[in-house]
Write a protein that binds this ligand. Structure first.
Ligand SMILES: [Mn+2]
Length: 378
């Protein structure tokens, strides 16, 4: 009894504002669908963030449609929930996944919180914010009750859990333990854990969505899971996808700048696609703008995008010691806004800061919009 568990495909995400990066996310999704067809599972579960935005660009909708239609033609049903990215923060609004109902996608929602696929119970709920976690926990108890008479049961959620990340919405103790497999999404790292009598798993994102996912990718790859719930304990096989483009992360010494540039460029020469290069230059006394110019010249035609950081030795010498954490912007914003006595406002502010400093203006705009729309709904 095999199925595919996938999540966080983020179609429509345009990293660094580059159409090439948008296409990389489409390409890896197409590849994932081909792999699914190759594996011939009985069904597929997508645990949220199919799209980057709740109003996805046309090409993202089309990519999803082609993939889901391909699964329909192969008689492979797909079950999906809305993640925090593809959820519409307005009451009774429908997530974009609903568009593929006629293509065979079964949306797990508050209205249809579970389905039966042969002997397998598949239940779950869309993403719920921390403010709605009480509702979610009640919903989980109802779903658990409905699942009890079935031989095998799967719980599908898109949430952060305190056991794995700091910014969580629910605690591990809030999740019913009777399910055979917890098919979760939201955390972009791959996680497989023992839970209750079964397993709890996050397949992670299918592409490098933030540069801090690079280390996890190097260690664990990116892709999805092929799960077999036939036996007493689910068996989970990692299926890796081949990312269309390389991410390079290099730490170089200023005194070896020229040697390092030629070393990196001779490596890049052999790549089929221009990579994304993350460079940190450190050591020695140098001017950032001069080094920036040199790097820009060296890599502007060989890399798709150059992200550079400079840590010269002559920096910070005149700055007073502010103590650890004094410059943590999140803490500073929270401190500043504490008179508002409104956690949502400070969350909006830190969220906007994060998205905008990473260059994701569209997401920032959406966050602001959702915040104000939410005000009128509540
Ligand atoms: Mn995600």
């Amino acid at each position: 009894m095999q199925f595919i568990h996938m999540a966080d495909t983020h179609l429509g995400y345009r990293q660094y504002g580059l159409s090439e990066r948008e296409n990389d996310f489409f390409e890896v999704f197409d590849q994932a669908i081909e792999e699914v067809v190759h594996e011939r599972p009985e069904f597929v579960i997508h645990s949220g963030d199919l799209f980057e935005y709740s109003r996805p660009p046309t090409k993202a909708l089309l990519t999803a449609q082609n993939g889901i239609f391909r699964l329909k033609n192969e008689n492979i049903p797909i079950y999906a929930i809305a993640g925090n990215h593809d959820i519409v923060m307005r009451k009774n609004a429908l997530p974009p996944q609903i568009l593929y109902k006629d293509f065979g996608l079964k949306l797990i929602s508050p209205k249809n919180s579970f389905y039966l696929e042969g002997e397998v119970f598949i239940g779950g709920a869309p993403y719920a914010s921390k403010y709605n976690s009480k509702q979610l926990i009640e919903r989980l108890q109802t779903i658990e009750k409905a699942s009890l008479n079935h031989k095998k049961s799967i719980l599908v959620l898109h949430q952060g859990i305190d056991r794995y990340i700091q910014e969580f919405e629910i605690k591990i103790g809030d999740i019913p333990q009777s399910f055979n497999y917890c098919a979760f999404g939201h955390i972009h790292e791959r996680i497989v854990d023992d839970f209750g009598e079964g397993k709890l798993a996050y397949p992670g994102s299918t592409e490098i969505w933030r540069s801090n996912e690079f280390e996890g990718y190097k260690k664990n790859g990116k892709g999805f899971y092929l799960v077999d719930v036939g036996g007493d304990i689910p068996e989970i096989e990692k299926i890796d996808l081949k990312l269309p483009r390389e991410f390079l992360k290099e730490n170089i010494e200023y005194i070896q700048l020229q040697e390092e540039i030629s070393r990196i460029n001779s490596y890049i020469k052999n790549l089929s696609k221009k990579p994304i290069l993350n460079l940190t230059v450190h050591g020695g006394n140098f001017s950032r703008s001069e080094v920036y110019e040199i790097l820009n010249q060296a890599f502007s035609s060989t890399c798709l995008s150059l992200r550079s950081k400079y840590l010269p030795e002559n920096i910070d010498q005149d700055l007073p010691d502010m103590g650890k954490g004094a410059l943590d912007t999140k803490t500073m914003i929270k401190e500043r806004l504490k008179d508002f006595n409104n956690e949502e406002v400070s969350e909006l502010a830190t969220g906007l800061l994060k998205e905008m400093s990473e260059g994701d203006y569209k997401r920032a705009e959406e966050m602001a919009k959702n915040f104000y729309e939410g005000l009128y709904d509540n």
